[in-house]
Write a new protein. Structure first.
Length: 300
C-alpha cells in the first residue's frame, strides 16, 4: 500500500510516518518544510499536483493550523489549512477510490466537566479553530472512503517549541513553578498508541466518524501529577489554575467516549497511566536531557 502522510514533520505526523514504515507500506511524506515533498496544503494547486503525481492508496492528513490564538487572529488562514483542503482530498477520494484518514479535534464541548462525549453529542464552537476543524470534518465525510478521527494527542516532538507533554515533563522533573489547569478535561492519547490504533482501523475497513483517544477523562493537572508520580518526583511548586483565564475562549469539557473504536479494534485503549508511561518512554528514547525553561508559560 502506498501511503501519503500530510504534515509528516509535526507531532502526530512523525509518528504516523514511523508506524506506516513499520508496517511495510510504501511511505511518502509531505510537509511545508523538512519532508521529501514540500507542500503547503493551503495551496490548492500544489495539493492537487501532489495527489496526481503520487497516486497514493491512502492519504493520512495530519496537517493543521492548531494554534488557537493564531486561528482567532487569522480565520482565513484557519479555513485555508483546516477546512478547504479537505474538500480537495474528498474529491480525490471520490474520483480515485483512494482512502483518506483525517485527523480532527475534540474542541467542541464545554461545561460538562468529566463527561465522555460520544460521536453523536451536540457540538459547539467557541473559537475559529473549532469552526474550521468541524468544517474540515464535513468536507472529508462527503467521501465514502473517509475515516475521520476526533482526538487529542500528546507526545514528544523534539523540535520547535516544546509540546505540552515536553513542558509537563520539565515541570514535574524539576518541580518548577507552573500553572496547571484543574478545570480543563481531556482524553488525550499518546501519539504512539494513536498511530497504531488508527492504522488498525484502516485495516478493519472503518469509515465515517470515530472518537480515538484515551479511555479515561482527566484534567491537565492530573496529567502533570501522573508524570511526577511515575518519575517519583515532588510537585510542590505547581498551582492549580483555570482555562477560563486565557485570552481566547476554549472548550473545557473535552472527554471523548471511545467505546465504538474499542469495539471495532477488539481491545481497550490506554488510560492515563499508560499514556504517561508511553510519553516518558518516548522522551527517554529521544535522549533529551534538558528542556528549555518555559515553566512560567501557561499551557492550555
Amino acid at each position: 500500500m502506498k501511503t501519503l502522510v500530510l504534515g509528516s514533520t509535526g507531532l502526530l505526523g512523525q509518528e504516523m510516518a514511523r508506524e506506516v514504515r513499520r508496517r511495510g507500506h510504501l511511505l511518502r511524506e509531505a510537509a511545508r518544510c523538512g519532508a521529501t515533498i514540500a507542500l503547503d496544503i493551503a495551496d490548492d494547486g500544489a495539493l492537487d499536483a501532489v495527489l496526481a503525481a503520487e497516486a497514493p492508496d491512502l492519504v493520512v492528513n495530519c496537517a493543521a493550523l492548531t494554534d488557537i490564538e493564531t486561528c482567532e487572529r487569522d480565520p482565513l488562514s484557519a479555513w485555508r489549512t483546516n477546512a478547504r483542503p479537505l474538500a480537495a482530498l474528498a474529491l480525490w477520494s471520490r474520483r480515485t477510490g483512494g482512502r483518506l484518514i483525517h485527523i480532527s479535534t475534540d474542541q467542541y464541548y464545554s461545561g460538562g466537566g468529566a463527561v465522555a462525549h460520544d460521536e453523536k453529542a451536540p457540538v459547539s464552537f467557541f473559537n475559529e479553530y473549532a469552526r474550521s476543524k468541524f468544517a474540515g470534518e464535513a468536507f472529508a465525510l462527503t467521501a465514502a472512503n473517509t475515516l475521520v478521527l476526533r482526538t487529542s494527542i500528546v507526545g514528544i516532538r523534539g523540535w520547535e517549541r516544546p509540546t505540552f507533554a515536553e513542558w509537563a515533563i520539565d515541570v514535574a522533573a524539576n518541580d518548577r513553578p507552573a500553572t496547571v489547569f484543574s478545570d480543563a478535561y481531556t482524553s488525550s492519547i499518546d501519539v504512539i498508541a494513536f498511530a497504531r490504533a488508527a492504522l488498525d482501523m484502516v485495516d478493519a475497513r472503518a469509515t465515517g466518524l470515530f472518537n480515538l483517544a484515551a479511555k479515561e477523562v482527566y484534567t491537565k493537572e492530573d496529567f502533570v501529577r501522573e508524570i511526577a508520580r511515575q518519575l517519583g518526583t515532588p510537585l510542590t511548586a505547581a498551582t492549580a489554575g483555570s482555562v477560563r483565564t486565557l485570552d481566547t475562549r476554549r472548550a473545557d469539557s473535552l472527554g471523548l467516549d471511545v467505546r465504538r473504536a474499542e469495539t471495532l479494534l477488539g481491545n481497550a485503549l490506554p488510560g492515563l497511566a499508560q499514556v504517561v508511561a508511553s510519553v516518558l518512554r518516548q522522551y527517554n528514547e529521544t535522549n533529551r536531557h534538558e528542556l528549555p525553561d518555559i515553566a512560567s508559560h501557561r499551557h492550555a
